[in-house]
Ligand binder design. Structure first.
Ligand SMILES: *Cc1c(COP(=O)(O)O)cnc(C)c1O
Length: 375
């Protein structure tokens, strides 16, 4: 059976990106062609976030490496770090902050809503100062996209360095790195880029680079040390042996996005359509506002077991959907419509199978789930 991976990452790769992984390999340390390809890829990566001023680095390792690397690189012992938490990834940053010696102060938001910027501002005025803040653009486990266009300028105004996890929004949502005063933006390869997992892309503002250069203590980390990557690449070398297959496939994936239809609009429209389908059929969308354009999180209806639903789709149709994590496990099901999966044809196939499943379990729906997707 042909598989259809409709999870909110990893996503399916296109044929071209898969082929790009199988180029004849070279010595990436010695071959100048590879350095050129790498630099070209970094420049293209900046286009997706409308950035001219930032420095991009691409490291080998799942996107968690970016989160850990940012904490290792920017936190010094005793630094007060604001951890902006309205979801599982936001909260999870706290563990990294502690591990690298930071003093974590949590700003707790509502898990069904985007961050309330006014409340955040009062919190900072009351509990500050902070050296840096961690936040998540798209909270993938619950399908919320936070208003970083308001949060990051506020943080800059308050003199706080922003570290933004944009792993599941990069390439799917609108981001203006320079204009929104974002200092550190973290992305991965297996979500909207639809390359295989194993790449971390980090964007650094000039202010972030200044802070790195002026650290008092040494960075606790070798591979995760962003300063090494910046210096060494500026001198035309790599700190450790890179992967030409990975960089080549990222380059091809970026070309597909840059030369394709407006990715922001495409994701936004499809997400809105998917939400309407579920609402019109009587389901509850988990977030109450600030809906993600890259995935939709829906409450598992009464009388349905998530595992049963997951297994039915997988075993009978070869379709994978996402469950959720931690306290949301079993309570939400999630559909990824990001990158190569932001396609009506794929959503249609998934909805048709879901419709069959609900019939099989005698769940009466107000309408056929897939009806809006029939042309
Ligand atoms: C996917 C993702 C990551 C990377 O974590 P994995 O689950 O290991 O892929 C980090 N942050 C967010 C918001 C993500 O969606």
């Amino acid at each position: 059976m042909e598989k259809l991976i409709m999870t909110p990452g990893p996503t399916e790769s296109s044929e071209g990106v898969r082929r790009a992984l199988s180029i004849k390999n070279t010595n990436t340390d010695l071959d100048n062609d590879f350095l050129e390809l790498y630099k070209d890829t970094c420049e293209k990566a900046k286009k997706l976030i409308n950035s001219k001023e930032s420095t991009a680095i691409i490291m080998l390792g799942e996107a968690i490496l970016g989160l850990e690397g940012a904490c290792a690189s920017f936190i010094e012992e005793g630094d007060r770090v604001l951890c902006i938490d309205n979801g599982i990834f936001g909260r999870g940053f706290g563990d990294f902050i502690e591990m690298y010696g930071g003093e974590v102060v949590y700003f707790k938001g509502n898990y069904r809503k985007g961050i309330d910027v006014e409340k955040l501002e009062s919190f900072i005025d009351e509990k500050g100062p902070f050296k840096l803040a961690t936040l998540v653009h798209c909270e993938t486990p619950t399908g919320i996209t936070n208003p970083i266009e308001k949060i990051c300028p506020l943080l800059r105004e308050k003199g706080i360095l922003s570290i933004v996890d944009a792993v599941s929004s990069y390439g799917g949502e609108e981001i203006y790195m320079d204009e929104w005063r974002i200092d550190v933006l973290l992305a991965g390869t297996q979500k909207c880029l639809s390359v295989t997992s194993g790449g971390t892309i980090v964007f650094l503002s000039d202010k972030a680079k200044d802070i790195l250069r002026n650290r008092k203590s040494k960075i606790k980390g070798f591979y995760a040390n962003f300063q090494n990557w910046i210096d060494i690449i500026e001198n035309g070398n790599f700190p450790y042996t890179h992967s030409d297959a990975m960089i080549n496939s990222i380059n091809v994936a970026l070309d597909r996005i840059i030369n394709g239809q407006d990715f922001v609009k495409k994701h936004k429209e499809l997400a809105s359509k998917v939400r309407n389908v579920f609402r019109n059929c009587g389901f509850n969308i988990y977030p109450e506002n600030f809906y993600s354009s890259t995935l939709t999180a829906v409450e598992v209806p009464e009388g349905i077991e998530f595992d049963d639903m997951f297994n039915y789709l997988k075993d009978r149709h070869g379709i994978f959907i996402g469950g959720s994590l931690a306290e949301f496990k079993g309570k939400l099901f999630r559909i990824g419509h990001m990158g190569e999966n932001a396609k009506e044809e794929k959503i249609y196939i998934l909805l048709k199978a879901l419709d069959k499943y609900f019939q099989y379990r005698d769940l009466k729906l107000d309408k056929k789930l897939y009806i809006e997707f029939v042309k």
